[in-house]
Design a protein around this ligand. Structure first.
Ligand code: APR
Length: 254
């Protein structure tokens, strides 16, 4: 991708009074976390219905076996990559107000981002399906499935939303607020296929935001709402944006 597109995006970002980022599974691919769709997509290997709430309730042990493999074995060693790092630096330096993420891997927070709205929840917590108490999966342990609440022995589920569950209220409200107020939306690593998450950048566009998309592929956003498509991997594109935004400081390109 040509340098002038990076420079154009950096100029827009420098002049923006309120920029938000909307991230999908693609931003974590360079951390070793497989995406759900496309090349090496998890849904090519696993049945997405394993994340369907009625299926989980009917067969918690069967669902947990696959959930543990996907979200705890795979994710365990994942660390933030340069893309997560640059978004955290952009927030610290006033170029970014918040991240709305579909991801449940906690990597934005581990990279230092403070305002992160988790549209699909977070795998780093377990919640009791009866009393709602939150637990740390490391402390509870996942050797015996399904994990059970120490208080009432009820099944614990990961605190991310399953197909058929509502979006967490606070994340939904804050995402709508960002879509209504942001001048620029950075849309990073998402196919734009998953409802209702994919409506957030569309809402932003309707409200007049400029959409800058970072993705090596074209998506359902590209020919409908994207104003500038920075075609490439999130780590590489954001690293080059950092050079333009932080021009020569120690936060610039590593
Ligand atoms: N940098 C940026 N984008 C990338 C990279 C990369 N290195 N590698 C892949 N991508 C892009 C792909 O081109 C694709 O557009 O990331 C996207 C991954 O697609 P999905 O896994 O479908 O991610 P997303 O659209 O965010 O949907 C994820 O689906 O099953 C639900 O709830 C689940 O939150 C999850 C959602």
């Amino acid at each position: 991708m040509r340098e002038e597109k990076i420079r154009l995006a950096a100029g827009w970002l420098k002049n923006s009074k309120h920029t938000a980022a909307f991230t999908g599974a693609g931003i974590s691919v360079e951390s070793g976390v497989p995406p759900f769709r496309g090349e090496n997509g998890l849904w090519n290997k696993y049945d997405p219905m394993v994340l369907e709430i009625d299926r989980f309730r009917a067969d918690p042990t069967g669902s947990w076996k696959i959930i543990r493999e996907i979200f705890y074995d795979y994710f365990r060693d994942a660390r933030p990559n340069r893309a997560h790092e640059v978004l955290a630096l952009m927030e610290q330096r006033g170029f970014l107000s918040a991240v709305i993420t579909q991801n449940i891997d906690n990597l934005h927070q581990e990279a230092g981002s403070r305002k992160v709205y988790e549209y699909h929840g977070n795998a780093r917590e377990l919640i009791c399906t009866r009393c709602g108490q939150i637990y740390d999966p490391v402390k509870i342990g996942l050797d015996h499935l399904p994990p059970r609440c120490p208080r009432d022995k009820e099944v614990l589920k990961p605190n991310f939303i399953f197909f058929g569950e509502p979006i967490p209220e606070e994340a939904a409200a804050m995402a709508s607020h960002e879509a209504a107020t942001a001048e620029i939306f950075l849309v990073i690593g998402s196919t734009g296929e998953v409802m209702p998450a994919c409506m957030v950048p569309r809402m932003a566009k309707q409200r007049g935001a400029t959409i800058i998309e970072i993705n090596p592929e074209e998506t359902l956003f590209t020919h409908h709402i994207t104003d500038l498509h920075l075609k490439g991997k999130a780590g590489d594109v954001l690293n080059r944006l950092a050079v333009e935004l932080f021009n020569g400081t120690d936060d610039a390109s590593m």
